[in-house]
Design a protein around this ligand. Structure first.
Ligand code: ATP
Ligand code: MG
Length: 403
């Protein structure tokens, strides 16, 4: 199949918009007879007038061939093998090889289980590569040699019409990789695009398939959605599209009876969105502490308050049951535990307690959490006002670091 081609005058991307360090990589690949294209998010973002966060290259050279061309390159990944090519000690570009998802028999390189792609390392042509991607707008190729964009999937028209469209039939695409349902939501809000109706309807019908995805992968994907700067909007969409209930099933069940937590989530996400817009650090633990809080509160009532189980026990139970859906790394678990276990201390305004709390490493995160709780619960308002004054005097270096 021949692609539609768009020259610089049609697509409008200036070479000066592209990170000039790309040339080091592009020239080596092209000079050795390989094609090299910019692909994916970087090209899509530039075409939509946004600044790309990184530049990814795709080529016909295999990972081993790429490595042999650069002195500082290494292969990473198993599900997708890609090469990191370093242009200096700290900076690298991701270079991947054209892939194909047409049925192959080499189980070592390509593996589908119940329609789900588990391994995808069959290399192919640019044409095949274009059709194994998710959305049309993510499947455009900017030839680094000629500056021409190659479009196999009518993605340029979708960019023009602000349409988010899957390349394959939605049911097939989501069966192959249910994470695409989360990506659909993230791109829709982040890029201000409109998802096609059939795609939206299919998400609702297939949302339960998100549980076929590894809980480790879901941790990253959920974080990307919540830390995109559009957390409020994304959360609402996750609920509407019936994805939230499969990501946080315990929380979801509680939400049905206690809708106040919906306000709590929105308040927390609004706060996170603002922090991201202001360029402040956001700790991944925080948002998980927020989403699992209703679950903790219910179990606190049931077990901790009558001393039938310890707080550690309850905490372990929550993490274990949630981890079947989304796996939370140990490092973040500790912060979640600190945030929750410190909450009652904010009701104690004695000098001694203030001194103790403000010295703690997790004070900032725990305070922010308490503040959000106070926004939806009048009981805590007067305490939160006092802590607001107190925390002003806690060093700002710490502020940035801890949350
Ligand atoms: P972001 O701005 O979030 O980085 P992106 O589109 O660049 O968006 P990446 O995860 O960096 O997302 O992936 C790079 C490209 O790889 C995508 O643009 C898309 O073409 C392809 N891709 C990524 N994930 C999938 C997937 N789950 N299924 C099919 N293609 C995918
Ligand atoms: Mg990207």
């Amino acid at each position: 199949m021949n692609p539609k081609k768009y020259s610089q005058k049609d697509h409008g991307i200036q070479r000066s918009n592209i990170d000039s360090d790309i040339d080091i990589v592009a020239e080596t690949l092209i000079g050795n007879g390989y094609q090299a294209f910019l692909v994916g998010g970087c090209l899509r973002d530039m075409l939509l007038g946004k600044t790309p966060k990184d530049f990814d290259i795709v080529t016909e050279a295999s990972p081993n061939e790429i490595c042999s061309l650069f002195s500082n390159a290494r292969i990473i990944g198993k599900r997708f093998k890609i090469v990191h090519v370093y242009v200096n000690e700290k900076k690298y570009f991701e270079v991947s090889t054209f892939r194909s998802d047409v049925k192959k028999h080499d189980k070592k390189k390509f593996k589908k289980v119940n329609g789900l792609i588990k391994r995808d390392n069959i290399y192919g042509t640019i044409n095949q590569d274009a059709f194994r991607r998710d959305f049309t707008i993510n499947s455009l190729y900017y030839d680094l040699d000629s500056g021409i964009i190659h479009d196999y999937v009518d993605g340029m028209n979708d960019i023009k019409n602000k349409k988010l469209r899957l390349i394959k039939k939605p049911s097939l695409s989501f069966q192959e990789d249910p994470v695409r349902m989360l990506r659909a939501i993230r791109f829709e809000t982040k890029l201000g695009l409109k998802l096609t109706d059939d795609c939206r309807q299919t998400i609702k019908n297939m949302s339960h398939q998100i549980n076929g995805i590894s809980p480790y992968r879901l941790f990253d994907e959920v974080l990307k959605i919540m830390h995109s700067g559009h957390g409020v909007e994304n959360y609402k969409k996750l609920r509407e599209e019936k994805l939230f209930e499969h990501l946080f099933p315990f929380t979801h069940k509680i939400l049905e009876d206690f809708s106040i937590y919906d306000d709590f989530f929105i308040c927390a996400l609004r706060n996170t969105d603002m922090r991201i817009k202001d360029g402040l650090h956001v700790n991944p633990s925080f948002i998980y502490a927020v989403f699992l809080w209703p679950y903790y509160k219910v179990l606190e009532d049931k077990y901790i308050n009558n001393n039938s189980r310890s707080i550690d026990d309850v905490f372990r139970h929550i993490i274990e049951s949630q981890s079947k859906y989304i796996s939370i790394p140990d490092f973040f678990q500790n912060t979640i535990f600190s945030i929750w276990s410190l909450q009652s201390s904010f009701l104690n305004l004695s000098k001694r307690n203030i001194h103790y709390l403000t010295k703690l490493d997790k004070f900032r995160a725990a305070y922010d959490f308490f503040y959000i709780r106070s926004q939806i619960n009048d009981e805590f308002k007067s305490y939160a006002d006092k802590w607001y004054e107190i925390q002003k005097n806690v060093k700002s270096v710490k502020n940035k670091k801890n949350r």
